[in-house]
Ligand binder design. Structure first.
Ligand SMILES: [Zn+2]
Ligand SMILES: [Zn+2]
Length: 292
């Protein structure tokens, strides 16, 4: 049944998991698995030909097995095809916490798991088309009847834009504190990927080489950046500014055509102030000396 389990997980994940999170997926998966087990029971006992002693296998029944297997496979296909509507029905009156992904009933105002504010609409309401009124499957982005963007998709986009704007504002405040860029005459441009986790900012510097990179590394070191953490690396430099750890990746700077520097808000592995544990010195004198 291993392949069926994998197929179920994949199908459930594709249908509902990506769009509305693991909560619906976890709730719907057992029902699907139950259906799959039932369908599989129709196939599996039939797979072994019946051997009677001193007689050839009963090949005559093979067309029957093939037919049953075909029916069962078709049933499986229908099951997977119906996942979206099953998930929609199940989650009609449920809400998903945008902060932690927990699921709660439609009348709940604050997340029972993290205390955050729950969205106004249930998952079902979020999939009702504002233009034509059709109840679409949850997790879909556009109305199946008229193509209009659905309320949940609009709300998700707005939330993502707000999060981007917040992350960019933090970087704007921080960047003047970094050492000035001294790539004499070279142009550079700035790309922000605030949607990443954690958000990072990327500088592409056209025409700069390894000498400039080393020059910039020295500048960072002079400004208080340093290798840190469990595996200190001279190409991974960290600084703590107002309690937030910032990280500059110089190791993967030449992965594209241009020199690219990555700034991220990330603790080094093991933490900024990681201290390697030293083996305890054995006490000397007394019994220990006698045992040597
Ligand atoms: Zn929550
Ligand atoms: Zn519509």
């Amino acid at each position: 049944m291993g392949f069926l389990d994998r197929a179920v997980k994949r199908a459930v994940g594709n249908a509902v998991g990506n769009a509305v999170g693991g909560a619906v997926q976890r709730a719907v998966a057992p029902k699907i698995e139950q259906g799959v087990q039932q369908a599989a029971q129709q196939i599996l006992p039939q797979q072994q030909p019946v051997y009677a002693p001193a007689q050839p296998p009963v090949y005559a029944q093979q067309p029957v097995y093939a037919q049953q297997a075909q029916q069962a496979t078709a049933a499986l296909g229908g099951l997977f095809g119906g996942l979206n509507s099953m998930a929609t029905q199940f989650a009609q009156n449920k809400k998903i916490c945008p902060a932690c992904g927990a699921m709660a009933d439609g009348n709940v105002k604050f997340c029972p798991a993290c205390g955050g504010a729950m969205p106004e609409q249930t998952l079902g309401q979020g999939a009702v088309c504002a233009a034509c009124g059709k109840q679409n499957d949850i997790g879909t982005k556009f109305c199946a009847d008229c193509g209009a963007k659905l309320p949940t998709a609009i709300a998700q986009e707005q939330a993502a834009q707000e999060k981007d704007a917040q992350a960019l504002a933090q970087w704007d405040a921080l960047l003047p504190q970094y050492p000035k860029w001294q790539f004499g005459g070279h142009s550079f441009h700035l790309e922000a990927e605030p949607a990443g986790d954690p958000p990072y900012i990327e500088f592409s510097v056209c025409g700069a080489g390894r000498a400039e990179l080393e020059q910039y590394r020295q500048l960072l070191l002079q400004s208080g950046f340093r290798p840190a953490g469990e595996y200190p690396d001279p190409c991974q430099l960290f600084a703590r500014v107002d309690g937030v750890v910032y990280h500059v990746d110089l190791e993967h700077a030449f992965e594209g055509d241009a020199l690219e520097l990555f700034f991220a808000r990330r603790e080094p592995r093991g933490g900024f102030d990681y201290v390697k544990p030293q083996p305890k010195p054995r006490p000397s004198g007394g019994l220990f000396d006698l045992l040597k």
